[in-house]
Design a protein around this ligand. Structure first.
Ligand SMILES: [Zn+2]
Ligand SMILES: [Zn+2]
Ligand SMILES: [Zn+2]
Length: 183
């Protein structure tokens, strides 16, 4: 897994224009404040069911609950926070069971792991083959998932030209979202 963690202020090889589309294009990727979030969660669950059906894998009760918990918010959630929420009502799920459920959700493209935060986020484009590129707001923790072929190609070229064979790509960019910038 090729993983670039790019923090604001760092010098990076990728041309910054890839990360700076027009402001209107960026804000479309960030969830609007005050939106009907229950619709996001139920939509994600429906998509997850469809993905699992087409892949002939089982969305077990625990896998579904983990996914539902992750979709409680657009901010990433750590494994132990997920476990605590699951067990808040008297259930006794073991950490390993939650990690296995997370592995399943990641393998099937329903969840991404953000290594810079050691946390998980629901995929907004499940079922489609894509690399994960994330804009992470360091103030409100909201994450926008973008899928830029230009970024993927640049990263792949940078890797292969150095004799490195990438098996995957996750780009994490820290900064301030349009809401926190006051836009
Ligand atoms: Zn939402
Ligand atoms: Zn995704
Ligand atoms: Zn923010």
């Amino acid at each position: 897994m090729l993983c670039y963690n790019i923090y604001s202020g760092d010098t990076i090889a990728l041309p910054m224009r890839f990360f700076m589309p027009r402001a209107s294009a960026v804000s479309a990727d960030f969830p609007q404040r005050g939106h009907d979030h229950s619709a996001c969660g139920s939509h994600a669950l429906l998509e997850a069911e469809a993905v699992c059906r087409s892949r002939q894998v089982k969305l077990t009760d625990l896998r579904r609950k983990v996914l539902e918990t992750i979709w409680e918010d657009h901010a990433p959630m750590g494994a132990y926070d997920i476990l605590a929420k699951l067990n808040a009502e008297g259930e006794r799920n073991a950490p390993m069971a939650v990690y296995r459920a997370l592995d399943f959700l990641i393998e099937n493209g329903l969840v991404h792991r953000l290594s810079s935060l050691n946390a998980y986020i629901g995929c907004r484009h499940p079922g489609r083959s894509h690399s994960g590129q994330f804009l992470i707001c360091s103030q409100c923790n909201i994450v926008a998932e973008i899928t830029s072929e230009a970024v993927s190609k640049t990263v792949a070229r940078a890797a292969t030209s150095r004799g490195f064979k990438p098996s995957g790509e996750i780009v994490e960019v820290m900064g301030l979202c349009p809401h926190c910038r006051g836009n």
